[in-house]
Design a protein around this ligand. Sequence first.
Ligand SMILES: *Cc1c(COP(=O)(O)O)cnc(C)c1O
Length: 433
Amino acid sequence: MKYYSTRDKSIKVSFREAVLTGIPLDKGLYFPETIPSLETEFIEELSNLSNEEIAFECISKFSGKDIDEAPLKRIVSETINFKFPCNKLSDDISVLELFHGPTMAFKDIGARFTSRVLSYFNLSSKKKITVLVATSGDTGAAVASGFYGVEGVDVFILFPKDRISKVQEKQITSLSGNIYPLEVNGSFDDCQRMVKEALTDNDLRSKFNFTTANSINISRWIPQTLYYFFAYKQLTDNGKDIAVSIPSGNFGNLFSCLVAVGMGLPFQKVIASNNLNDTFTKFIESNIYKPKKSVKTISSAMDVGDPSNFIRVMEFFLNDYSNIKDLVSAYSFDDSETKNCIKVLSEKYNYICDPHGAVGYLGVQKHKEKNKDFNYIFLGTAHFSKFMDEIKDCIKEPISYPKKIEQLLSKDGESYKIKTYLEFKNYINSIDS
Ligand SMILES: *Cc1c(COP(=O)(O)O)cnc(C)c1O
């Protein structure tokens, strides 16, 4: 499998090179030359296959000859060594819980895969790999955990000041070692811009072996395609069409779902559920894509005003707006709707949902108002305790942190503070070489 740059299709690289470099020099994004298709029999047999078998079959289509069978099997089984339960809330609504990994948010799977693939490709090299990541919270936590102590890899994590939760901040700042947290006086979009700038900065590139673990790296979204196969295999077939609601920010996860559908997974509707950062919702309504500054919400991991993976979503639909609307719907919700939803879910189903999952549930409700029967799945993208301050007000009974989180919160955290790209660059330069 080869990957081309969305800016210039004549630039084609292997899986290995796409993962190692993260982003093409022309600042496009790598995109698979073809969306691989799975055999119908494989899809029909999903419920009889183990997660490992499904994962190997799907991921090997993307990695091709670049990773041999035995190491790929090892990487894949280490990546997905936790549960992905799909729990029924009501007859026609289930929640796929993606927060049973080490940092309790769905980004663990992409980070675990990326760290293992990078370290596999770098085995024979003497030069360190330097990973740059911008985070709205959960990516940084997952990457810090996934890469901590990995030999030959340094990781710089940029997070926006005052815009991530206490738990997320501690997950990022309490590790030290090969993990370098940077607190940016700005938004997530500012963090992302700085990372992109560094990755294409020839000065730095001559010195460092850069890559990124953001969802702009193909190794982040490739394993995320698995969620949808895992969900499908747990659903009981009631003859209804299937709709999945994805709480979205940078649209890596939604893009992964489109790829899974492209590979043959029979989902009939993909719902992009957004908070007030409604650039994509507006686009679906109007065919006008107008990036804006991100606004702060209680579902902070989705506070993205210019989603990086929009380009890939468009590429998937051959850049033709008329292709999108059949498959994708989009809705946006404000914080008061989200808070109310957390309350309702707890009262009606005794289910405690984090603000991101709640936005996903709201997307289901909204879609249900106007459409025929579907079998709905929404994604629970984080464990509620990562966003305790936000949910405490919505739920009557007292809720406490799991022990693991209590311990984490009592640790010290440390980060380097920056405001401009130049400060970032100087910091990177001061660390290594
Ligand atoms: C990252 C994140 C999202 C958004 O995912 P994207 O792939 O960026 O669209 C949603 N919920 C949580 C909890 C997240 O951490």
